[in-house]
Every structure is written in structure tokens, then in C-alpha cells.
Ligand binder design. Structure first.
Ligand code: CA
Length: 235
């Protein structure tokens, strides 16, 4: 059965574009240009995921998000053109699962939606086993899903072909998201050997991971270099 995606976006061109891409992927789309009707739809239909624009004519996407969260647990992805909103999405306990900034690539939107849906259904199947995540076995960061048990990692739903060492580096950085990890710490944690000065091994491996993630071409790099200190994956 096709999964149901709620799209709330007042810019008709954007809404239509999203609808087109989503329908191409086999989803059933419920498209609205304002919030009130969208909320009525949520009561009426079984929705699997909602894509909510923040700026709408009748109420903002944050309000819709809160209202949905009163009764529903399906994933919510926010769309926003304003940087201030990103802080709000991150800072407040809105209950949104992800956000995408405008202008966006529709393919990235699709990939994020797939990630959210896979996660949502996965947790439902195993009876809300969020434990596996809390136990540190699977982490999800901005489109990357990395699983320590299966040693697999997916970026926007596409598997990354990492070597065991590369996997261990990426896992360690993800586990320490928000912290700056020095090359020394990373080397000793992954290689389990004493780190010697002028060791470029870590840099070379991080470089290859970035290539595989196509991180070198992105504006906001996934693994950031903190010059003179090490690496970080920002919160
Ligand atoms: Ca808008």
C-alpha cells in the first residue's frame, strides 16, 4: 500500500513540485496550501509523514507541528527559508524530526523522507525499540544512518561503501557528535596504537570518507575540520 505523505506549502509551484516527485516515488500525496485544512486531513486520514512549510498564510508550520504531535507520532519534516527557523526547530521541543532549508533539491527531500519513513517503520516493527539507538547501536545524523552492529552506513538511503577502518572512524565521530575529536584521540581509538606526531593517516582516511560521502562538494561539510585541533560532526 502506498504511504501517505502530507504536504503543507503555500507556494503552489513548490507544493506541486514536491507532489510530482513524491508521486513518482509511489507515495500518495495530500497537498494543502494552508494549515487548517491540513489539520483536518490529519484527523481523517492515516498519514505516514508530514512535510510542513514554516511560513503559511493562516498558521505557521510550528503550530501545525505541535498540533499533530498531540496525537500522532509519524515523522515530521519542516521546510524553511529562514535561518532563524533552524534555531527554533533545533532549540524548541517541537517534535519535528528533521528540517530542510530552501531552496532545496527535490531529490534530497525524497531521500530524507525515505530515511525518516524507514526509521519510523523499523521502530514500529520492533515495537518502538528505540533501545537499540539508546544503546548506541544505530545513530542517525542529517541523512546518515550508521549502524554499529551491522557495520553498515547509509547516506540519504544510499549505502556508503566504507572500509572497516573508515567505518570505525565515522562511527567514532558520530558517537561524539558535537565534540571536537583530536587526530590523536581518533587514531588511538580506532587503530588502538600510540599516536606519533606528524601522523597523516587520520587525515588521509577522513579525506576518503569525505569523498565517499561527497562531502568535499557540499557547502556545509558533514565532517568539519577544526584547524589545529581535529574533527567534528556538529549537532
Ligand atoms: Ca511559505
Amino acid at each position: 500500500m502506498a504511504e501517505h505523505i502530507l504536504v503543507v506549502e503555500d507556494e503552489q509551484e513548490v507544493a506541486d513540485l514536491l507532489e510530482l516527485y513524491l508521486e513518482n516515488e509511489g507515495y500518495q500525496v495530500f497537498k494543502f496550501y494552508q494549515g487548517t485544512e491540513a489539520l483536518q486531513c490529519v484527523q481523517r486520514e492515516v498519514i505516514d509523514l508530514a512535510l510542513l512549510d514554516v511560513m503559511l498564510p493562516d498558521m505557521d508550520g510550528f503550530q501545525i507541528c505541535r498540533r499533530i504531535r498531540e496525537n500522532h507520532y509519524f515523522p515530521i519534516v519542516m521546510l524553511t527559508a529562514r535561518v532563524e527557523d533552524v534555531d527554533k526547530i533545533n532549540g524548541l521541543m517541537l517534535g519535528a524530526d528533521d528540517y530542510i532549508t530552501k531552496p532545496f533539491n527535490p531529490l534530497e527531500v525524497i531521500a530524507r523522507i525515505k530515511t525518516q519513513l524507514r526509521r519510523y517503520h523499523h521502530y514500529n516493527e520492533v515495537g518502538h525499540s528505540v533501545q537499540s539507538e539508546k544503546g548506541g547501536q544505530e545513530l542517525e545524523i542529517r541523512g546518515l544512518v550508521i549502524n554499529q552492529r551491522t557495520h553498515k552506513s547509509f547516506l540519504y538511503g544510499k549505502e556508503l561503501e566504507l572500509t572497516p577502518l573508515e567505518f570505525s572512524i565515522l562511527w567514532y565521530l558520530c558517537e561524539h557528535q558535537g565534540e571536537v575529536v583530536s587526530s590523536e584521540e581518533l587514531f588511538e581509538a580506532v587503530w588502538k596504537e600510540k599516536y606519533l606526531d606528524n601522523n597523516n593517516t587520520v587525515m588521509a582516511h577522513v579525506g576518503r570518507i569525505r569523498e565517499k560521502m561527497q562531502d568535499s562538494y557540499r557547502n556545509h561539510k558533514f565532517i568539519k575540520t577544526v584547524w589545529g585541533v581535529g574533527y567534528t560532526i556538529e549537532k
